[in-house]
Write a protein that binds this ligand. Structure first.
Ligand SMILES: Nc1ncnc2c1ncn2[C@@H]1O[C@H](COP(=O)(O)OP(=O)(O)OP(=O)(O)O)[C@@H](O)[C@H]1O
Ligand SMILES: [Mg+2]
Length: 418
């Protein structure tokens, strides 16, 4: 059987051909490998270089490899945060023509960290809570599109920084199943698995002395259920309003927006007696602020980063002479209206902000001081630092002074990020 590479992108097979497929993954020479932190796994996983890209290579049997590849492709189509599948390599043989296990190749998720390396220096309880919140959001998003994870755990998740919080990405889809819709029983089972897994991982961390003493491993694992249920119910519950109080619906939609979700489809019904109206969001899409920021500026960021950047953009717009007040996002949708026409279009102002504020601010931090942070995260840190300095000195410190101070005082800290 000949070596076979099935890939999503036609460029990848040629880059991948240079890798030593005739060697078991454990014996790959260092020159191909990238020493980044990995989570715990049953299979052999290594990071390797393919052209300019860093890839994660996982050795496993053919059927699960193909299955996981397809699952990750489906998740990608559904816009769920998960690692990007690149290829499956089958038909590997060693120098003696003995068969070797196939591999699944995914793109290394830039700026991500497995939870173990994040816990290496004992994490503040606050930070652990944020990780769990991110994981609950991921689980809810999966369930909304009919995806049962089957093995939700910290080690099957990767975390990326997101403006002081975290964004969780699914990394292991081997046990996942897709359905048209999940029943309550299927959801409950998935959460139960998550609770058992997370409690186990927390106990493990406790045993190795990496868990903050104030955190109870079992209670903490169980708590993922509460976080999940709160969000699930907020997103899916039916609300009943007195007839004529349509602003209640508006209010519910705004609350969902604040949580980072858009209502793409809703169901509104009148009760038979005509006194009440029921409202239920039927399709909710995550990424409310992400989409707004992308539309206005072309910047593609995580959700909380987008929220932070939009707030800064709005403040900046308010200081511009040709600014017409209002929500930049709604104005961009209705810019045909005459009130908006008096000021510059929000997109025009937003692009100016990118050119004159965002980019120059980020560029003011020399590359070697950026610690691998992506521009949006770096900008968020700069805003935080600016705020902190202004608070401390009780007056508004200039942004460029704050950036200079950030470079001097903050970025010399040891970098543990990829
Ligand atoms: N694309 C990627 N980007 C970054 N890290 C990755 C990627 N793919 C895998 N990893 C790392 O490798 C680890 C193991 O991957 P994975 O969970 O898929 O292996 P596994 O053997 O199937 O795990 P399990 O023991 O849960 O079955 C992950 O926890 C993660 O740290
Ligand atoms: Mg795993």
């Amino acid at each position: 059987m000949a070596l076979q590479i099935s890939a999503t992108n036609p460029e990848h097979p040629t880059l991948l051909l240079d890798l030593p497929w005739h060697l078991p993954l454990e014996q790959w020479p260092d020159k191909h490998l990238v020493p980044l932190p990995r989570g715990i796994s049953r299979h052999v996983v290594r990071y390797a270089r393919a052209g300019d890209e860093i890839i994660a290579v996982k050795e496993l049997a053919e059927r699960p490899a193909v299955r996981e590849y397809e699952m990750l492709r489906t998740l990608d189509r559904l816009a769920i945060p998960a690692v990007d599948p690149l290829a499956v390599v089958t038909g590997r043989v060693d120098a003696d023509q003995e068969p070797l296990q196939p591999v699944l190749i995914t793109r290394h998720l830039q700026g991500s960290q497995p939870y173990r390396s994040m816990f290496e220096t004992t994490m503040r309880p606050d930070t652990v809570h944020r990780l769990m919140d991110a994981l609950a959001v991921l689980l809810v998003r999966l369930h909304l599109v009919g995806f049962a994870w089957g093995d939700c755990s910290l080690s099957n998740t990767l975390f990326r920084r997101d403006a002081g919080a975290y964004a969780a990405y699914l990394v292991d889809a081997e046990t996942a199943e897709t359905h048209q819709r999940l029943s309550d029983g299927q959801r409950a089972y998935d959460i139960e698995l998550a609770q058992v897994n997370i409690s186990g991982e927390m106990l493990d961390l406790e045993a190795s002395g990496a868990l903050h003493p104030s955190l109870d491993p079992i209670a903490f694992g169980t708590d993922i259920g509460r976080r999940y249920e709160e969000l699930w119910s907020e997103l899916t519950r039916v609300s009943v309003y007195p007839a004529g109080k349509h602003h209640y619906i508006e209010r519910r939609i705004r609350r969902l927006n604040d949580l980072g979700f858009d209502v793409a489809e809703m169901q509104i019904g009148h009760e038979a007696n005509g006194d009440t109206v029921t409202f239920v969001p039927k399709v909710v899409d995550a990424g409310h602020h992400q989409r707004q920021l992308l539309r206005l500026t072309g910047l593609d960021t995580e959700e909380n980063q987008a929220r932070r950047l939009l707030r800064d953009l709005e403040c900046w717009m308010a200081t511009q002479d040709d600014y017409a007040p209002g929500d930049p996002a709604t104005r961009s949708r209705t810019h045909a209206d005459p009130a908006g026409a008096q000021g510059a279009r929000p997109e025009v102002l937003a692009h100016r902000w990118v050119r004159e504020v965002f980019r120059p601010t980020v560029r003011a931090v020399p590359e070697e001081h950026r610690r691998g942070l992506d521009p949006a995260e770096l900008y968020h840190e700069l805003l935080e630092h600016h705020w902190y300095l202004s608070q401390r000195s009780q007056h508004d410190v200039a942004l460029d002074a704050a950036v200079a101070d950030y470079v001097r005082t903050v970025t010399h800290q040891p970098d543990t990020r990829a």
